[in-house]
Design a protein around this ligand. Structure first.
Ligand code: URA
Length: 423
């Protein structure tokens, strides 16, 4: 094929054939098609979209660019979840061991954060000794013995996506539904899970802010999963407000452990339970008593085993930041607004996230919220605490937070975007 012809087809709103897509992705992965041509193609896709068949073909071509894992040798059924990412989204941490405590295998291949959304591996690396990289043998042994594994995805899964994602990142073509859906699903299908629950976010702190677009993304991904034989369901969830009270790394681990101990913030518990129910239903246990496993310590036992199996000490003290800065309520009233994105950006500026892929994160940096929208507050009470190792970071974090939270009066509308889980 002639790459210029393919770009022209997409530029002029035509559709690419299966053979054309297979060829393009293979040629791009091998370096025969260059970044400049692929950048034009991704922009054409961004502007003109793709038909369902093209999205399926793109996903299959990206899977074929690398290896596929296979869990047939396991004695357990597999299930996994993926979140499109948000502020304070630590749900994978309590969720994976909770689901695994029912005898199901949860192979969570996770990533590191870039920008304002945190990465699951960055959070877990706050635990002394814990390591994200496992050999294939360690990975399978842990799935069999413990049930849940949260580790780094190997370089062999969907290498075409790695290349394409890096290109999209620098050409402003990330937020295209066909490209997001094929990117996420190629990795999840190649990972080999039998079933998958998607947590697709909408609102301020989400990738796609408009709920209608998030719904379209969810429907596209569910169709891709089903086409590939992976039982897939999606929940559409609200990311207008940070999830829980902790935004960062070590503090998010602390909050996850509270949930595993039967406590924790109501929204984190609600979402963890809802996703666990969906995963267990897909794994053949629709009647599993998920709440009981949080209350009676079974989920915590699996967490402890999971952390130990990866070299971590679940009882070790987590890092604490050198400096804190407390913001207090300027007047009494009701907290009516707490917008996710600025809080995510502020935590990132405090050092919880990274600006470039190779940067380290500061595990103790972040924000602890002391009130959530709808809470009554009194003048002078702490609203949130910023933590950082370098005090000079506070000013830019506070700048990001300007106008992002507001105290109103009893009876004012709460600006939180509605229920946590959409219909
Ligand atoms: N996450 C991914 O893995 N890919 C995307 O394109 C967007 C989010």
């Amino acid at each position: 094929f002639d790459t210029v012809d393919l770009i022209r087809t997409k530029r002029d709103k035509g559709a690419l054939s299966t053979e054309q897509i297979d060829w393009l992705i293979d040629a791009y992965t091998r370096g025969y098609v260059g970044d400049e041509q692929m950048a034009a193609m991704t922009m054409a896709i961004f502007l003109n979209g793709m038909k369902r068949e093209e999205i399926r073909d793109l996903t299959l071509a990206m899977i074929a660019s690398g290896e596929r894992m296979n869990f047939d040798s396991l004695s357990k059924v597999t299930t996994d979840k993926h979140s499109t990412g948000g502020v304070g989204d630590k749900i994978t941490l309590p969720l994976a061991p909770l689901v695994a405590s029912f005898g199901v295998a949860v192979p969570q291949l996770s990533g590191r954060g870039l920008g304002h959304t945190g990465g699951t591996l960055d959070k877990l690396e706050a635990i002394p000794g814990w390591r994200a990289d496992l050999s294939n043998d360690e990975f399978f042994a842990q799935l069999e013995e413990v049930g849940s594994v949260i580790c780094a995805a190997g370089a062999g899964l969907a290498p075409a996506d790695k290349k394409l994602y890096a290109l999209r990142d620098i050409t402003s073509t990330v937020e295209a539904i066909p490209l997001i859906a094929s990117s996420i699903m190629s990795k999840k299908i190649a990972e080999g899970t039998a079933s998958l629950v998607l947590d697709v976010k909408f609102g301020s702190g989400a990738f796609l802010k408009d709920p209608a677009r998030s719904r379209e993304l969810a429907q596209t991904m569910v169709a891709l999963g089903k086409d590939a034989g992976v039982a897939t369901v999606a929940l559409l969830t609200n990311m207008n407000v940070p999830l829980g009270l902790a935004i960062g790394n070590a503090n998010e681990v602390r909050e996850s452990v509270e949930v595993l101990a039967g406590g924790g913030p109501a929204d984190v518990v609600e979402l963890t339970i809802a996703l666990a129910r969906e995963m267990l239903a897909l794994a053949g246990q629709p009647d599993a008593d998920v709440e009981a496993a949080l209350k009676d310590g079974r989920a915590m036992d699996t967490w402890n085993a999971m952390i130990r199996a990866q070299g971590g000490d679940p009882d070790a003290a987590l890092p604490v930041a050198k400096e804190t800065h407390v913001v207090t309520a300027p007047r009494s009233g009701v907290l009516v607004q707490q917008e996710a994105l600025p809080f995510g950006v502020a935590a990132w500026r405090l050092g919880a996230g990274r600006a470039r892929k190779q940067d380290p994160v500061q595990h103790a940096a972040g924000i602890d919220l002391h009130a959530k929208p709808g809470d009554t507050v009194v003048e002078g009470q702490p609203l949130f605490t910023l933590s950082a190792d370098e005090p000079e970071r506070f000013a830019r974090a506070l700048e990001a937070l300007e106008g992002s939270w507001r105290i109103g009066d009893e009876g004012d509308a709460i600006d939180d975007g509605g229920p946590l889980i959409a219909d």
